[in-house]
Design a protein around this ligand. Sequence first.
Ligand code: ADP
Ligand code: MG
Length: 240
Amino acid sequence: MRIRIEGLTKEFDGAPVLRGINFDDDVTTLAVIGPSGGGKSTLLRIVGGLIAPTGGTVEVDGEAVAYDERTLPAYRAQLGFVFQSSGLFHHLSALENVALPLRVVHGVPEDEARERAADLLSRFGLAAEEGKRPVQLSGGQQQRVAIARAVAARPKMLLLDEPTSALDPEYTNDVLDLIRDLKDSGTRFIVVTHEMGFARHACDKAAFLHDGTLLEYGASAQLFDRPTTPELQRFLSKLL
Ligand code: ADP
Ligand code: MG
């Protein structure tokens, strides 16, 4: 998916959060890293059409994203979203959580939606869990259901905002392994993450966002091995 961003700014109550982001690349798997408050979630939400920028443009596969409520739902429907907390419907089973948006948002007939949901859950190691409600699942299982829900409609791209940050450490790898498997089967994604091993080894490219500015962008290995800005050097050294 070709993403082209020009002069992107975002202010909240007059305070600048994104200060003129420029970007142009064919995105396969991209990690967005950087200190808290640097604007990572804001950038991801703008790219996903969840909020509008203050200024600048976003173009996806040659088409400008029009930030108006008439066209945004169709734009968003091409993408899959995963957030820190799973956001599952607590009164629905795992299977229904995956099948419902397929039916309601994408118009897939009920039988087919349930079948596709069941296939995905079993591929994600959750076959025994499909009838359980979120409260009966571990945090890691809930997050895997949320990822199943996000990929069920075969989105052009997944947008994941700190998908493992709210998990007990024991479940983090289950979720990261699942995202790796998705990559191996050709799923494209942008992930905001503090898991630096994952960013470096499972993502082709990395972007370092600092105080609303995209300070470094390039091949993950290069960014981690040869950070050029003092900000990224400092950020990485703090993690050791
Ligand atoms: P990150 O994801 O890198 O931690 P965010 O994009 O969440 O950064 O936030 C960047 C800045 O924007 C922070 O100072 C945050 O408080 C502010 N911010 C984010 N969303 C809002 C909002 N809806 N209203 C006001 N301020 C916001
Ligand atoms: Mg964030």
